[in-house]
Write a protein that binds this ligand. Structure first.
Ligand code: PLP
Length: 380
């Protein structure tokens, strides 16, 4: 990793920066939170403000199990769930519990740039496994397993960040078999599993925990609000036990007791399901708009595949433009993106870039794409 990753903050006035992979302000459900907070406070028990149970408040785990059973179409048991502070914190906790410094983690190539830093903070060696249009290449994984014994295989199985690629059903089965045969933990970052705009998505790895060595991580960040700092791990009893043995979990109890009350009310009242439906309809529209703008102004300068879910378009520029340098020009023109190399464990993707359609309205997307096509045309 030779390029410093940036977490682009929201809210720079006048800028339309497609590097920001966060929900737009109009998708922050302020009214929904007002009503959830009222419901919660009206029935609150003093214990709701004390430390919570380490695995998560029982009522939350039960509501979450019912929600996941519906959303994943497969029974989820409350005992297989563990409250987290969202997937970033879950990745950190999984590293803490299932690796030691010097161990190896396999990651997809490309993969979520901000996870790399967490792995490096934990002293892990990163080995990249290439993707194709069916997700992580199993031939490459099996080849890497002949040379390394990974402690973890980190995957974003559905709508990979940044490529938008989804791991096929048969490859999920193969990965699960390999996790048992080679004794590694699959750390499945299922952040975009429920944001599907077109077609079907294969079953979440969270539905396969009985069959492999799987720790599935889910988050409310992209289906409700990132500021909740709330998510969950779904795993078998052995893995849950290891999580519960963490010293700091033991000391503090539920990782986010307070937010879990709000999420519980959202799931129980049906407002969570409604919000996902609303967000999916908005995101679907934004995919259409970004696709239209790309078709209009980016051919033949770039190639891409229309995403069927998640947050991102992944572009390959045709004329070998260095996207790290191009990013500076884009920012100067009032727009932006994430350059390809930040998503690589081995310095690849110098001519690729990631665009997020999540953070802006359709009208803003049109304007931002107009600015970006101007920047690209300077290099045509
Ligand atoms: C693949 C992936 N993992 C994790 C996160 C962060 O998740 P959380 O907000 O739950 O920490 C993101 C957010 O962009 C993501 O794309």
């Amino acid at each position: 990793m030779n390029v410093r990753a940036t977490f682009d903050s929201a809210g720079v006035a006048g800028q339309i920066n497609f590097g920001i992979g966060q929900p737009s302000p109009d998708l922050m459900p302020v009214d929904l939170f007002r009503s959830l907070s009222e419901q919660f406070i009206a029935g609150a028990d003093p214990l709701d403000f004390n430390y919570g149970a380490s695995q998560g408040d029982r009522r939350f785990l039960e509501s979450l199990a019912a929600f996941l059973t519906r959303a994943y179409g497969h029974p989820a048991a409350p005992d297989s769930l563990f409250v987290t502070g969202g997937n970033s914190q879950a990745i950190e906790l999984v590293c803490e519990r299932f690796t030691k410094p010097g161990d190896t983690v396999f990651v997809e190539e490309p993969s979520y740039f901000l996870a790399f830093q967490i792995f490096l903070d934990r002293g892990l060696n990163i080995v990249s496994i290439p993707l194709d249009e069916q997700g992580m290449r199993m031939d490459a994984l099996e080849d890497a397993l002949r040379h390394h014994q990974p402690a973890l295989v980190y995957t974003i199985p559905s709508f990979n960040n940044p490529s938008g690629v989804t791991l096929s059903g048969p490859r999920r089965e193969r990965l699960v078999d390999l996790s048992r045969a080679h004794d590694f933990v699959i750390a499945a970052d299922e952040v975009y599993q429920l944001l599907v705009y077109e077609g079907d998505v294969p079953p979440a790895l969270g539905t396969m925990i009985d069959r492999g060595n799987i720790v599935s991580m889910g988050t409310f960040s992209k289906i409700l609000a990132p500021g909740l700092r709330l998510g969950w791990i779904q795993a078998g009893p052995g893995h849950i036990k290891r999580l519960l043995e963490s010293g700091w979990v033991n000391s503090g109890g539920s990782i986010n007791h307070n937010s879990s009350h709000l999420a519980r009310h959202a799931m129980d009242s049906g407002l969570q399901d409604q919000h996902i439906e609303f967000a999916v309809s908005r995101y679907r529209e934004r995919v259409d708009v970004m696709q239209e703008e790309l078709e209009r102004a980016f051919r033949p300068l770039a190639r891409w595949t229309r995403p069927r879910g998640g947050y991102f378009f992944w572009l390959e520029l045709e004329n070998g433009i260095d996207t790290v340098a191009l990013r500076g020009e884009a920012i100067a023109a009032g727009t932006g993106f994430q350059p390809g190399p930040v998503f690589s464990g081995s310095g690849r993707f110098g001519h690729c870039l990631r665009l997020s359609f999540a953070h802006y309205t359709a009208a803003q997307i049109r304007e931002g794409m107009h600015r970006l096509s101007g920047v690209l045309r300077n290099h045509a």
